[in-house]
Design a binder for this molecule. Structure first.
Ligand SMILES: NC(=O)c1ccc[n+]([C@@H]2O[C@H](COP(=O)([O-])OP(=O)(O)OC[C@H]3O[C@@H](n4cnc5c(N)ncnc54)[C@H](OP(=O)(O)O)[C@@H]3O)[C@@H](O)[C@H]2O)c1
Length: 383
């Protein structure tokens, strides 16, 4: 920096669960540990839907500064003048109403994935953000990892030749009945909380396919994919347990294969295979597990006896450490700060139209597979 003060973004955290704690812990890591000096983050407040004491317990658990204020309702957080942006970390079922509350109060919003339950809800949020002139982004943290940017850059620069196919999986082996409750109460399988593999995990498979076959394409080639899909439902609740999506991108003819499951694993323990495979005419780039928190990729040139090797690179594995001892969620926070500093309402890395396009794919997959949530959850009615 040339002696200029860093831009300060003041955060409020909406919800006190698992990911809220991880994100906030990352937010409090000094940006200088990742060589960032142009912006900084301040944790101004957190809210629990249940009580001020729960919000305070949350702030204590993350070693928040004493100045951070606990709120006993989300409405109180949305009205807090010491907050610029609110991070929404409630179950998917609540994203629409919670994000809308904050946007209508004039706050910027970083909303956990999936953006909302369906595309219609996300469209309303985008409209309100535009009307209010505030920043809004879906928190797909994976996209902001420097290694993800590096992979996009390599592929966009023609490193793999023409990309013809991308496979991406995010699946976890779970003892579903036992881990997620015999009555299916856990948010992962609970239809009242918009549970199921697709919205929670499959979105990462889709984001890898979209990063390559949509995001890095020239704007005129960014067309909605044609999809076909299969869903196997979880017998206790009817949410999707194992889901596979085939996508064809009409402008290039490239294909995506996105899979997800809460019953089988992306990373078998004794012989793990890379869950993301980007296949071009010059070779493959595969990304190691976990695909949501990328740290390693491998390049494998295509070779044949007749044509030899077309790539100007050799087989290699590249690793990138996450600095600062965090999860890597701070990079999406840094993006929010820079966008707001620069007066942007949306990020170029995770823009509105792309979030909407992915939501539309998930809407169609759920519709075709018969996984529909209650009218209340699918509605754009508010409050
Ligand atoms: N980016 C990632 O890697 C990642 C990882 C995990 C989850 N997520 C996303 O983050 C969201 C939250 O996931 P999580 O694992 O943090 O969930 P969680 O541990 O169950 O926490 C959810 C929090 O939301 C609040 N909440 C408000 N109304 C609720 C309701 N009716 N039922 C349950 N909780 C309610 C609660 O906090 P208060 O009531 O105290 O406010 C609760 O602690 C999901 O949309 C998920 O997809 C993202």
């Amino acid at each position: 920096m040339s002696g200029k003060e860093p831009f300060t973004l003041r955060w409020g955290i909406l919800a006190t669960g698992g990911i809220a704690k991880k994100f906030t812990t990352d937010l409090l890591i000094p940006p200088s540990t990742r060589s960032v000096t142009d912006i900084q983050h301040v944790l101004s407040a957190a809210a629990s839907s249940t009580s001020v004491s729960r919000a305070q317990e949350f702030l204590t658990s993350v070693n928040a500064p004493a100045s951070a204020k606990p709120h006993g309702s989300y409405a109180a957080l949305a009205a807090d003048p010491s907050v610029d942006i609110i991070y929404i970390a409630t179950p998917h079922s609540h994203h629409y109403a919670n994000a809308r509350l904050c946007l209508e109060a004039g706050k910027s919003v970083l909303c956990e994935k999936p953006f909302t339950v369906n595309a219609a809800q996300a469209e309303v949020l985008v409209r309100i953000a535009r009307e209010k002139g505030v920043f809004l982004m879906e928190a797909v943290w994976t996209r902001f990892f420097p290694i993800a940017r590096e992979i996009r850059g390599f592929v966009a620069g023609g490193g793999l030749g023409e990309v013809k196919r991308v496979w991406a999986d995010l699946s976890f082996w779970n003892d579903v009945e036992r881990e997620f409750g015999e009555k299916g109460e856990h948010r992962m399988v609970n239809m009242d909380l918009a549970g199921g593999a697709l919205l929670d995990l499959g979105i990462y498979s889709l984001t890898w396919i979209f990063q390559i076959l949509y995001h890095i394409q020239p704007p005129s080639s960014r067309t909605a994919p044609i999809t076909a899909s299969a869903i196997t439902k979880y017998h206790l609740t009817g949410c999707d347990e194992t889901t596979s999506v085939l996508l064809t991108f009409p402008s290039t003819g490239a294909q995506g294969i996105a899979t997800t499951s809460i019953r089988v694993s992306s990373a078998a323990t004794s012989a793990p295979t890379d869950p993301v495979r980007i296949q071009g005419t010059h070779g493959d780039l595969t990304v190691a597990f976990p695909p949501y928190r990328p740290w390693q990729y491998t390049l494998s040139p295509a070779e044949s006896a007749s044509r030899g090797k077309l790539a100007d690179w050799d087989a290699q594995t590249v690793e990138r450490e996450i600095p600062g001892g965090g999860m890597g969620m701070f990079w999406e926070a840094d993006e929010c700060a820079r966008c707001i500093r620069d007066g942007k309402l949306e990020s170029e890395v995770m823009g509105w139209e792309e979030s909407l396009e992915i939501m539309r794919v998930m809407d169609k997959v759920r519709k075709d597979g018969g996984v529909i949530y209650s009218d209340e959850l699918e509605s754009v009615k508010y409050p």
